[in-house]
Unconditional design. Sequence first.
Length: 75
Amino acid sequence: MAQRKRHTGQFKSRVAVEAVAGHKTINEIATEYGIHPSRVNKWKKQAFEQLPGVECLITFLSSVSGVQSNMKRFI
């Protein structure tokens, strides 16, 4: 029997931030990271529950010129 793959908090955060940003579909994100789309949705939901205001922050940062490309360095 195969063991389940464990993902780090940093990995989950990166996926959740991309999902919240909304620049890609859930399926595109899942394919890019090699995970099931339900995981992306679960981690996105957890981000909203644990970090109130995260959507406003992501929207603001995405609207600032060049910030999105720089966000990956910090995640």
